[in-house]
Design a protein around this ligand. Structure first.
Ligand SMILES: NC(=O)c1ccc[n+]([C@@H]2O[C@H](COP(=O)([O-])OP(=O)(O)OC[C@H]3O[C@@H](n4cnc5c(N)ncnc54)[C@H](OP(=O)(O)O)[C@@H]3O)[C@@H](O)[C@H]2O)c1
Length: 324
């Protein structure tokens, strides 16, 4: 584990002088369970107003426990609430293990906030679902919880979105369309089993790498979420031609080519094909960024919540009720 302070681009030099300067300064510790630093979360944290951001890599649950205790004890009752922890890294399981290790650390009169958002998946999935719910209602297409939903992609965003949708009461299928997967059938079964074991949700898993399999799958769906890796086109026009109408398609891939042929980044229920309405990645991304900013600002001020994927969805819904 290696930790380092990421300095703000201001005039003030804080390194090594936190105590002297920081009678009530806000500090965010980012625990990355991997080795790739996310400049995204660091920038968001400074823009949200944190005075200091300290980033640790390759953090294990044991490391996190010790780091949290040290931070809280050093800051005492007055300042602990201005001390927040952000669990990142790409791996959902590792991030959840870190949360488990630190969420029950209770030191009398010391409170702090914990944000968990591995690979941006919790804020992205929450923004995607809140936006889709809202779009369906405002377009008079009914409630999301009554829909048959399909997620194309089994990365962190696809998995957490599947969990949230299943908890809403949707009929959910998660699919790998990745032609490069070895043992695709086995892999997707493992994903569905893991989601059942870990989150208690029944999700159907399927492997659909070819045109005919994707088409068959999408014909049965009302709402389709394209959550595959950046720059991968999963649905092309020949598929759109064959799957029928009355569908909503959401794409979170902002790197060209789009995940769904013909969708534009800023689409917001534009008819991308006759009877098919699209929501694009910038529309989702804007809400995701507003949500992350809101979480960071609130955590910085109030210091006593755990911001997990469920709270992310609640907060994303609230943001949609408020003007920008
Ligand atoms: N708009 C926003 O604000 C925002 C924010 C965060 C993330 N994102 C985007 O959300 C998407 C999902 O993020 P993530 O972190 O969950 O993604 P990820 O882990 O990078 O990739 C998701 C899945 O894409 C699938 N994939 C890879 N190559 C493929 C291929 N050739 N054909 C079909 N599928 C392929 C993989 O296999 P399987 O299909 O077998 O799973 C992988 O699990 C990404 O495009 C990311 O850039 C957008």
């Amino acid at each position: 584990m290696k930790g380092s302070e990421v300095k703000p681009l201001g005039n003030e030099r804080i390194s090594g002088r936190i105590i002297r300067h920081a009678s009530e300064k806000s500090i965010l510790f980012i625990f990355d369970t991997g080795s790739k630093r996310s400049s995204f979360d660091v920038c968001m944290a400074y823009d949200a107003g944190f005075d200091v951001v300290v980033l640790y890599e390759n953090v294990t649950p044991e490391d996190a426990e010790r780091l949290v205790q040290d931070a809280l004890f050093s800051r005492g009752p007055r300042r602990s609430r201005f001390t927040s922890f952000f669990i990142g890294g790409k791996d959902l399981e590792k991030a959840e293990a870190v949360l488990e290790a630190i969420k029950n650390i209770k030191v009398p009169r010391l409170v702090s906030s914990i944000i968990i958002d591995p690979g941006g998946a919790y804020t992205t999935a929450a923004a995607m679902i809140a936006k889709t719910e809202h779009a369906l209602l405002t377009s008079k297409l009914g409630r999301l919880e009554n829909k048959r939903c399909i997620l194309l992609g089994t990365g962190p965003v696809g998995r957490i979105a599947a969990v949230l949708l299943a908890k809403l009461g949707c009929k959910v299928t998660i699919a790998s369309t990745n032609p490069n997967r070895l043992n695709g059938e086995e892999y997707i079964k493992e994903v569905a089993d893991l989601l059942l074991k870990r989150y208690g949700v029944e999700i159907h898993g399927t492997y659909a790498p070819r045109h005919e399999e994707k088409t068959r799958l999408l014909r049965e769906a009302d709402v389709i979420f394209c959550v595959a890796a950046p720059g991968i086109q999963v649905i092309d026009e020949s598929i759109l031609e064959e799957i029928g109408n009355g569908k909503v398609m959401v794409d979170v891939n902002a790197v060209p080519p789009p995940g769904i042929e013909g969708i534009k980044p800023e689409d917001d229920m534009r008819e991308i094909y006759p009877g098919v309405f699209g929501i694009g990645p910038i529309t989702i991304g804007q809400l995701k960024c507003r949500l992350e900013m809101e979480i960071l600002r609130e955590a910085k001020e109030t210091g006593e919540k755990i911001y997990d994927y469920k709270l992310c969805l609640e907060m994303a819904r609230n943001l949609l009720r408020r003007p920008n």
